[in-house]
Design a protein around this ligand. Sequence first.
Ligand code: SF4
Length: 297
Amino acid sequence: MSPTRPRATRAAAVPEQLGFAGMPERLFVCTPSKLGAYADCPRKYRYSYIDRPTPPKGPPWAHNSLGASVHTALKNWYALSQERRAPGALPTLLKATWVREGYRDVDQERAAYHRALGWLETYVGGLDPEDEPLGVERVVATKTSVLALNGRADRIDSRVGPDGPEAVIVDYKTGRSGLDADDARGSQALALYAFAAERVFRRPCRRVELHHLPTGTVAAHEHTPESLSRQVRRAEETATDIVAAEKAVAAGADPDESFPVNPGSLCGWCDFRRVCPAGAGVEGKEPWTAVEHLASS
Ligand code: SF4
């Protein structure tokens, strides 16, 4: 689910708290989703990555189960030999790693399974079984002066562009429709994968694509070195804010003030709605709300 909300207000950076003068600052180890959690809501970031034990979460979401099942089936499809990569392999693949959690009942789960199988059959029918991606569920990692960044890209394709071989980031989507080039352009995660993949594979990686399986559509964007740098800079700013907030807490600041809530439309979908003071008054979604339409459409 990705209902939109304004970016969280940046916590005031406290440069003098970032490290002792003259001492190199440790790199901030992160994934795109860790940075995204803070940008969405600093309090959610604290619950997810700092507070230990982790505060109790709500029940699992059916849309996460569905997304994970589809992603794993595609990963395993590419693990087959090229002769066996055919739509007929999909029922076995999907069944073998189907995640059952979060559905309202067996009928809803069954409808989701059949819908997912249809998406996969159509999608795989359009793939060339002889294409070998550079990576499938591939972790790419790189460093900047601030970040030690790593992330798992759904797929990294090898294609030939106007200037020779290039890498392309492919991200599978199973949720909301209506994704367009702006979504691909604005995705910090995709840009960071591209930035890292370019270094890992030592070839240009500028194109990022969102493959929406339910509609069979692709939303794409061609980054430039400048637009990738902008996204990296934004990620570094977020990391600086997080480190400043963590250090403020270590120095005695109120954790609730250093990691403020950011109430909005995401609260209804938040795992921590029940423990968060801002989420307590929000009507939560049912774990299966986002897949309800699959049984009726
Ligand atoms: S319920 Fe809302 S304000 Fe609270 S942690 Fe979750 S997203 Fe943030």
